[in-house]
Design a protein around this ligand. Structure first.
Ligand SMILES: [Zn+2]
Ligand SMILES: [Zn+2]
Length: 482
């Protein structure tokens, strides 16, 4: 089998290696018997190499090298044979070695030995083209293309016309272009069997199946079984980690699709300022702090996504008069999120701003709304109207503080009630912000959902303050802090 006829990379220029060592220089001090012995070994080596008995050829050259160490011709011939053997092994089908056991080493090791010989030759004859050809062939077999390129370039400085070096140069250029363009095989082995897309943040279950993290937990919201084999899974989003190796393989091999999947997910997480996922439950006023339990599968999915992003959602009620989602909602921020082992969440939230819902639509079972952030129509700074409002707010604040002192020292003040009073007081906004204060004041009494919805709709701070005070006075002993 001729090495130059094999598929893939063909060795270039190694058949030009001189067959016999010259008798000049050190050789002249050698006995006639030794010289003739070396010639014999070289002849036998050449013959063995020609009939693809590379391991025998290497043996002959090694014996010659023992008799005359450091001879560039002997080393060049052994180097060329290592190269041929390495390439021969690379191109042989696995079954070949069963019929004919080979030298025992792998192609890379042989290429490495060839490189060593080539380097020795180069140090002996730094200006020889042959040493450059041998070394670059070895480096190419070792897939060290950049180093091979450097060797070829320095060889071409010695002989710019070297046909073999020019061919090797072309070969490297083609190989590198091909490599940067050929994509590794994209099989459905890398797909998630739930969403049928490239795995994103892959999680491997104890039963050995891999899914996108979000797909697995979305599926587990409906039962704790593997979506593929139905094995009962005792894992939770908190204890389950992403398979780093698999993730790296995917990112490295399919970078474009990986990025696509990432941005697809990011668009679900980071909705933008005017979009808000909705938790359809109740009417909430700004300046409240409370606990929420999330157990519906669709809400769990929403909470997982919110927790990866802004940690904010809108709370809204179904308007009993229309049967659809009310026109006003309040944004709440998740302060604390405790995932429970069964997949539910225990949340602590604080309500922030109110908004008007322009439109809303379904997203994987939960609602998303396009919203407009709403504020009261505020009288201009320094105007009499503004000063009146600030005065009214200060009076209301004094009244509220009085109410809370009474609640603290009142005879009915139990520990739980006291905690509630302190929590409410802690949420009291400064009186320089009458709008927020007016909402807080309204939270001191228990209002019906429709009354709260009205408070959200009002854009007159004074009116809201008035209502808040009225509610407190009307409820008298019924005020939730008394
Ligand atoms: Zn998936
Ligand atoms: Zn499974």
């Amino acid at each position: 089998m001729s090495s130059s006829a094999t598929a893939g990379f063909s060795l270039e220029g190694i058949d030009d290696v001189q067959g016999l060592p010259s008798d000049e220089g050190e050789g002249s001090s050698m006995s006639w018997e030794n010289t003739s012995h070396i010639h014999n070994l070289m002849h036998m080596g050449k013959k063995a190499s020609h009939s693809s008995r590379f391991d025998q050829a290497i043996e002959f050259y090694s014996r010659a090298d023992k008799i005359r160490p450091g001879d560039p011709t002997i080393l060049s011939n052994r180097c060329a044979t290592y190269l041929k053997l390495s390439e021969f092994l690379k191109d042989s089908p696995p079954s070949f070695s069963e019929k004919r056991p080979l030298y025992g080493l792998d192609p890379t090791t042989h290429a490495g030995l060839a490189l060593k010989d080539a380097e020795k030759v180069m140090s002996l004859q730094s200006n020889s083209i042959t040493s450059h050809i041998l070394k670059s062939n070895a480096l190419i077999l070792l897939e060290k293309y950049e180093q091979a390129w450097d060797v070829i370039c320095s060889g071409l400085q010695i002989d710019p016309q070297s046909k073999h070096l020019l061919n090797l140069e072309k070969l490297i250029a083609n190989t590198c272009i091909r490599r940067s363009h050929v994509k590794p095989q994209r099989t459905d082995d890398y797909d998630c069997t739930v969403c049928l897309k490239l795995l994103r943040e892959p999680v491997t279950t104890p039963c050995g199946h891999s899914f996108c993290r979000s797909c697995l937990f979305q599926s587990m919201d409906r039962g704790n079984r593997c979506p593929l084999c139905r094995t009962v899974l005792l894992i939770s989003p908190r204890t389950c980690s992403i398979s780093v190796t698999l993730n790296n393989i995917i990112q490295k091999n399919f970078p474009e699709e990986f990025e696509e999947r990432k941005s697809e997910h990011d668009s679900l997480i980071n909705l933008g300022v005017d979009l808000l996922p909705l938790f359809v439950k109740d009417v909430i006023l700004p300046c409240q702090k409370f606990q929420l339990n999330i157990f519906e599968p669709r809400d769990r999915l929403m909470v997982r996504r919110i927790m990866e992003g802004s940690r904010r959602m809108g709370m809204v009620v179904i308007d009993s008069s229309t049967g659809s989602i009310a026109d006003y909602a309040c944004e709440v921020e998740i302060i604390d999120c405790e995932p429970l082992p069964d997949g539910r969440f225990s949340l602590e939230v604080e309500s922030r701003r109110r908004c008007r819902i322009i439109q809303n639509w379904d997203q994987d079972g939960y609602r998303i709304a396009e919203v407009e952030w709403v504020q009261d129509i505020s009288p201009p700074e320094g105007s009499t109207e503004r000063n009146d409002l600030l005065e009214m707010t200060n009076k209301a604040a004094a009244f509220a503080r009085q109410l809370m002192r009474k609640a603290q020292y009142g005879s009915q003040a139990g520990r739980i009630r006291l905690e509630e009073v302190f929590k409410t007081e802690g949420l009291m906004p400064p009186t320089e912000d009458p709008e927020r204060f007016s909402f807080w004041l309204a939270t001191l009494t228990n209002r019906s959902p429709s009354e709260r919805l009205d408070l959200l709709r009002i854009r007159d701070t004074k009116e809201r303050l008035r209502r808040g005070l009225l509610y407190i006075k009307a409820e008298g002993q019924g005020c939730r802090l008394q």
